[in-house]
Ligand binder design. Structure first.
Ligand code: ZN
Length: 184
């Protein structure tokens, strides 16, 4: 079970995770499986200067502190059925590198909204990126209005999300190129 006990974040239910104490951004045979039974893939999300900032950022992203092993800290969603997670690593310069699952929150909660966009808004942007349409904040906000969405994110939130998506697709293209090369 994956329940969160705020009283004892360091419970023993994560024994298998403790074996995997190195942050591996993209790991094919990771023992951590997501909801579809696929290994969880992680992408770089950002940094935090200290554990306080890290916990604050995690909270803003709807996550709670779950466990820490050595230099790694783990955060899970408050919603037990959600596969969105962070793996964070204290690096040699003594700040935290944050890695988030590519799998996002599978629910539209307040915490996720506070952080930025709703899943519906994200879908619209992803469709625009895939359709080679303009994804500047003005174009995206207009697209949201056209869909009848009244509660709009800020320009910065749109820009951040577009940037994240483009980084992700860049990674996927690189992976595709690598995979195809092995055919020849
Ligand atoms: Zn979630």
């Amino acid at each position: 079970m994956n329940f969160v006990e705020s009283a004892s974040p360091l419970n023993n239910s994560n024994a298998s995770r403790n074996d995997n104490n190195i942050v591996q951004p993209i790991e094919k045979d990771s023992p951590v499986k997501n909801k579809r039974g696929m290994p969880s893939e992680y992408s770089h999300q950002g940094t935090a200067e200290n554990i306080r900032e890290l916990k604050l950022k995690a909270k803003e992203n709807g996550l709670t502190f779950k466990d820490s092993v050595g230099r790694n800290a783990y955060f899970d969603c408050k919603n037990a059925n959600c596969g969105y997670k962070w793996k964070c690593r204290l690096n040699d310069d003594l700040f935290y590198e944050i890695f988030e699952t590519i799998e996002e929150h599978n629910h539209d909660n307040i915490a996720a909204r506070k952080n930025g966009l709703t899943n519906r808004q994200k879908d619209i942007i992803i469709h625009r990126i895939n359709g080679m349409k303009a994804v500047n904040p003005k174009a995206c906000l207009q697209a949201f209005r056209n869909e009848g969405i009244r509660s709009l994110p800020t320009n910065l939130q749109v820009r951040n999300f577009v940037y994240q998506q483009k980084q992700k697709s860049k990674k996927n293209i690189l992976k595709l190129c690598k995979d195809n090369r092995s055919i020849y």
